[in-house]
Design a protein around this ligand. Structure first.
Ligand SMILES: *Cc1c(COP(=O)(O)O)cnc(C)c1O
Length: 376
C-alpha cells in the first residue's frame, strides 16, 4: 500500500516547536500569556489593524460574535445554507432561529438577490432578522459589495464566518474585515493551525473587549469572584498561541502553496470533459483552502461517493463538500430560502487533497488516480 495522502493535514514549519519550548521555559503554560498577546497583535496587524481576541475554536469565536451582537432567544438569524454546521449551531446556542439562504450558481456563496428579496418581504411583515451569518466558503469571499449595502439598508449586522478564509481577499480587502464582527478557525485542517483554536475579529474595539470578557468567565474586575452575566471558558492557551505565532511566519507561503496546488489540478484535470472546479469570482483572491472538483453526472457513471471510495483503494483521502444545512435532519424544521443550487453542487462535488505540504509527486498520484477511476 502506498503512503496515505491526506485531505488537509497540519503543516508545521519548525519555528512552532521553538516557540512552544520558549513558553515552557518561561512557565507561561496557562492561563493566557505573552504568545496570546503576540498572536492577537500579529493577526490584527495582518487584518488591517482590526482588534482580535484569540479563542479556543472557530466555533467559540462565532458564538461570541452572535452574543456581542446581542442575539437572544427567538431572534431570527439568517445564515448561508452551504456551510459547515458550526456556522448555524451557534444560532441555536443562542436559542435563536436560523433561516438558510441558498448559494449563487456562479460563486457558490450566499446569493445576494435571494437575501435582498427576503429582507424586503420581512421589512413589510415586520419580522426582520437580528443578524446575518455570511460564510466565506472554501476560502472564497462572499459578495460583500452587494451584501453589505443590502444589510445596511435595514441596519442588520453581518457576522462573517471566515473560518476557512484567512488570507483571502476581495477587491484587495481581507476576508474577516467585512463583517461587523468575524470569526476565524485554526483547527488542524485549516490554512494555518494552532492544533485547535480560533479568533474573533472586529474593527470595533468595544465588541472585542466584550468578547474577551465573556470568554474569560465574565469575571468582573474585583478582588473576589463576582458575576453579573453568564460567562464562558473560551480563551486560547499560551502554548497553542505559540504554535499560532510560528504559523503566522509562513502564512504567505501556505497560501501560495495552496493556490499552486489548485492551479496544478486545473492544469492536469481541467481539460477533461465533465470536470470543473469551484469558480473564483472577479475581484476575489482565494487562499484556496480546499480545491473542490465538480463531476458532471451526465458525463460520468461514477458519483462523488463512488470516486471517494475508489480513491480510498489508492490510500488517498478525499471528502464530500459540506452537506447543505437545509438537508440536515437537525435543521429540518428551519426555513430555507431556495436550496436547490447548493444541493446540486453538493451532489456533484468532491474535495481533493489540498494541504500545503502536498508534494508535486503526490499531487500527480492524485490526478492519475482520478483519471484512472473516472475514465475507466
Ligand atoms: C472549521 C469551520 C468552523 C469551525 O471552526 P472550529 O475551529 O473547528 O470550531 C466554522 N465555520 C466554518 C465554515 C468552518 O469551516
Amino acid at each position: 500500500m502506498q503512503e496515505r495522502i491526506f485531505l488537509s493535514p497540519p503543516h508545521m514549519c519548525g519555528i512552532e516547536e521553538k516557540f512552544v519550548s520558549d513558553a515552557f521555559a518561561s512557565n507561561w503554560i496557562a492561563p493566557l500569556g505573552p504568545f496570546v498577546d503576540r498572536f492577537e497583535q500579529e493577526l490584527g496587524a495582518y487584518l488591517s489593524d482590526h482588534a482580535v481576541c484569540a479563542l479556543a475554536s472557530g466555533t467559540s469565536a462565532l458564538h461570541l460574535g452572535l452574543l456581542t451582537l446581542g442575539i437572544q432567544k427567538d431572534d431570527r438569524v439568517y445564515c448561508s445554507d452551504f456551510t459547515f454546521s458550526a456556522s448555524c449551531n451557534i444560532i441555536r446556542y443562542c436559542s435563536a432561529e436560523p433561516v438558510f439562504i441558498d448559494s449563487e450558481k456562479d460563486s457558490w456563496q450566499m446569493d445576494p438577490s435571494l437575501l435582498e428579496e427576503k429582507l424586503a418581504q420581512d421589512a413589510k411583515a415586520g419580522k426582520l432578522p437580528k443578524a446575518v451569518v455570511v460564510v466565506d466558503l472554501y476560502g472564497i469571499s462572499a459578495d460583500f459589495a452587494r451584501i453589505q449595502p443590502i444589510c445596511a439598508k435595514y441596519d442588520i449586522p453581518i457576522l462573517e464566518d471566515s473560518a476557512e478564509a484567512l488570507g483571502s481577499t476581495r477587491d484587495g480587502r481581507q476576508c474577516g474585515t467585512f463583517g461587523k464582527v468575524s470569526g476565524f478557525s485554526f483547527n488542524g485542517n485549516k490554512i494555518i493551525t494552532t492544533s485547535g483554536g480560533g479568533a474573533l475579529v472586529s474593527a470595533d474595539r468595544d465588541i472585542v473587549q466584550k468578547a474577551r470578557y465573556l470568554a474569560t468567565q465574565a469575571r468582573e474586575k474585583r478582588p473576589y469572584y463576582h458575576h453579573i452575566t453568564i460567562g464562558y471558558n473560551y480563551r486560547l492557551s499560551n502554548l497553542l498561541a505559540a504554535v499560532g505565532c510560528g504559523q503566522m511566519t509562513v502564512l504567505k507561503d501556505r497560501i501560495a502553496k495552496r493556490r499552486a496546488i489548485f492551479d496544478r489540478y486545473v492544469e492536469q484535470l481541467g481539460n477533461i470533459e465533465g470536470i470543473s472546479f469551484m469558480p473564483e469570482p472577479k475581484g476575489a483572491c482565494s487562499n484556496k483552502w480546499l480545491t473542490v472538483m465538480n463531476i458532471d453526472p451526465k458525463v460520468f457513471k461514477k458519483n462523488p461517493e463512488d470516486l471517494r471510495q475508489a480513491m480510498e483503494t489508492d490510500n488517498i483521502e478525499t471528502r464530500w463538500a459540506w452537506k447543505p444545512m437545509h438537508m440536515q435532519p437537525i435543521f429540518e424544521p428551519c426555513e430555507c430560502i431556495g436550496g436547490s443550487v447548493c444541493e446540486d453542487i453538493f451532489n456533484k462535488s468532491l474535495c481533493l487533497p489540498s494541504g500545503s505540504s502536498l508534494t508535486e509527486d503526490q499531487q500527480t498520484r492524485v490526478c492519475e488516480a482520478i483519471r484512472k477511476h473516472l475514465l475507466s
